[in-house]
Design a protein around this ligand. Structure first.
Ligand code: RP5
Length: 162
């Protein structure tokens, strides 16, 4: 098991399926990660403690997945200097617009990189985390470049099958 440098935090165990989309991308790139359940509302003290200690534990990027009144990413971002990437969960009542706006509309001075709602957002959160790590890791930077190349090749190949 690799030492975690990305922490994937979710507001509830019910977000685990979505979090697995982050996990699979991080595994593909060989990046160590951890999965944690922490709630901004139900376990505020544990969430604060996590955010304050993450840097000391050598975590480099935090991905926060939450739904509804989704304050998890923002609450964490307010208590750490690490980059925080927010993933809004697609909710049943409001289709994730609630999660999206709660994660996105941060006050000036506290940044959360908000992804799109749901699966694509979870995948992109992991890709962005790898890109951030790639700034100081040439091996990861190269892997991202190769990944993008494969994406382009996939589009061209699919065009030939029409
Ligand atoms: C949020 O509330 C969680 O991130 C989850 O997406 C949503 C619903 O949580 P549960 O009621 O399923 O635990 O805190």
């Amino acid at each position: 098991m690799k030492k975690p440098v990305v922490s994937v935090v979710m507001g509830s165990k019910s977000d685990l399926d979505l979090a697995k989309n982050c996990a699979s991308v991080l595994e593909e790139f060989g990046v160590g990660y951890e999965l944690r359940v922490l709630s901004a509302h139900r376990s505020p003290k544990a969430t604060a403690s996590f955010a304050q200690k993450a840097g000391r534990r050598k975590i480099k990027v935090i991905i926060a997945i939450a739904g509804g009144a989704a304050h998890l990413a923002g609450v964490i971002a307010g208590q750490t200097v690490l980059p925080v990437i927010g993933v809004p969960v697609k909710t049943t009542v409001l289709k994730g617009i609630d999660s999206y706006l709660s994660t996105l509309q941060m006050p000036g001075g506290v940044a959360v990189a908000t992804m799109s709602i749901g699966k694509a957002g979870a995948k992109n959160a992991a890709i962005l985390a790898v890109q951030i790590l790639g700034i100081s890791d040439a091996r990861l930077k190269k892997k991202i470049a190769q990944y993008k190349k494969r994406l382009a090749q996939g589009v061209l190949a699919s065009s030939l099958t029409i």
